[in-house]
Design a protein around this ligand. Structure first.
Ligand code: ADP
Length: 398
């Protein structure tokens, strides 16, 4: 697979991009536009091997952000006109029931992405804006939408179905979809490679622990269960999301505190998780507070690791035989304490960490379990942009 792909990832107030050389598996340049729509915007642009170029400038909307990014390519390089671009890949959070694989964007696809905003109101509208703006900037290139939900299209009905009135599912799309699919696909393949086993014969529990966090049971390369549900709120404790709570909590808070559904939803998504428990969503800061004797931070980390452990156990049961547990994401890749605490005491289930290997700070994919541990414990750094670029080139080659 060869070609260079510009990968675009629009968030609510940010735009990340990366110019990826698929054959080399490398980024030639990357950038981040932050605080879009706020008075003080910032664009950071870097070409491989050079110091990042940081420009403080107002970025009133995503169009302005992408225009600024393209200007940074012109100013700092590499020149996009000569970069051999074959496509632009766009991250889209929700593909609903319609998209189970990457697709070439046309007007109809763009309309569908917008319509799926009913299921992902925070994400799909800005994803659609990014596609729209980039199509106008690169009218002659193919644009490909890569969906966060697509990898989970293989979920069996037993795992994707909520036990709720059937018409909710039929008429309103109420079911479990799962997210972070690009990362779970990349990491489950990386885990099989590290073990030297065929992907089709490898069962892995993938733990993507970043600001957003999710666990997936991957059997022979297929997602068979995942912790996020109809939206990215379900499952693990996250930076600002609660993860699993009793679904009765909304009605309870309405009765006792007069809170409305929108307020509860907003709090569970934006004011829950580590932010609610520890006062910060940054795990590094949580560790600093623990070192300073902060009891709230101690409890927050306990809750976080307990929830990870619960999903590890559940997904080992779903898989039946587990070959590997693979950690990824900012926390999964860097936080040895979280890895150790989440798996402590699981030796009877065949999970034996090697404390020294686990403590080593390293960049690449690596094994952190003890030799002879029946379940290998791995750290596999995720690369969602490379995976998106690969899937894009694969789609174009078909
Ligand atoms: P996102 O979901 O926004 O992509 P990341 O995958 O970058 O997030 O993960 C962000 C989380 O990773 C933060 O909680 C941050 O504290 C944590 N993190 C990043 N680097 C480290 C580190 N060296 N040690 C512990 N935690 C880290």
């Amino acid at each position: 697979m060869t070609g260079r792909v510009l990968v675009v990832n629009c968030g609510s107030s940010s735009l990340k991009y990366r110019l990826v050389d698929v054959a080399a598996g490398e980024a030639l340049a990357w950038g981040l536009a932050e605080r879009i729509g706020q008075p003080e915007g910032r664009l950071t642009h870097a070409r491989a091997g050079a110091e990042p170029d940081v420009a403080e400038q107002p970025l009133p909307d995503h169009e302005a952000a992408l225009t600024a990014a393209l200007a940074a390519f012109d100013r700092t390089g590499p020149a996009l006109a000569d970069a051999g671009l074959v496509a632009v890949a766009h991250r889209v959070v929700h593909g609903g029931d319609r998209f189970s694989a990457p697709v070439l964007v046309d007007d109809d696809v763009l309309r569908a992405v917008r319509e799926l905003a009913a299921l992902a109101p925070l994400h799909n509208p800005v994803n659609a804006v990014g596609i729209d703006v980039a199509r106008r900037a690169f009218p002659d290139l193919p644009h490909v939408a890569v969906f966060d939900t697509a990898f989970h299209a293989t979920l069996p009905a037993a795992a994707s179905t909520y036990a709720v009135p059937r018409e909710w599912a039929r008429e309103h799309g109420v079911r479990r979809y799962g997210f972070h699919g690009t990362s779970h696909a990349f990491v489950s393949r990386g885990a099989a490679e590290l073990l030297g086993r065929p992907l089709e014969e490898t069962n892995t529990v993938v733990l993507h622990l970043g600001n957003g966090a999710s666990a997936t049971a991957v059997a022979g390369g297929r997602s068979v269960d995942t912790s996020m549900g109809m939206t990215p709120l379900e499952g693990l404790v996250m930076g600002t999301r609660s993860g699993d709570v009793d679904p009765a909590l909304g009605a309870h808070l309405h009765r006792v505190a007069g809170l409305g559904p929108v307020e509860v939803d907003r709090a569970l998504n934006g004011a829950g998780g580590m932010l609610a428990l520890a006062g910060t969503n940054d795990l590094r800061e949580v560790h600093r507070r623990i070192a300073d004797g902060d009891d709230a931070a101690v409890l927050a980390l306990d809750v976080f690791c307990h929830r990870v452990r619960r999903y590890v156990g559940a997904f080992m049961a779903v898989l039946g035989r587990t070959d590997a547990i693979a950690f990824t994401g900012g926390i999964g890749e860097n936080d040895a304490v979280v890895r150790a605490r989440s798996l402590a005491g699981l030796e009877p289930l065949g999970v034996r960490l090697d404390d020294e290997r686990n403590a080593v700070r390293a960049g690449g994919a690596r094994r952190v379990s003890a030799d002879g541990s029946p379940v290998a414990v791995l750290v596999v750094p995720t690369d969602e942009e490379l995976e998106m670029a690969r899937q894009t080139v694969a789609l174009l080659a078909r």
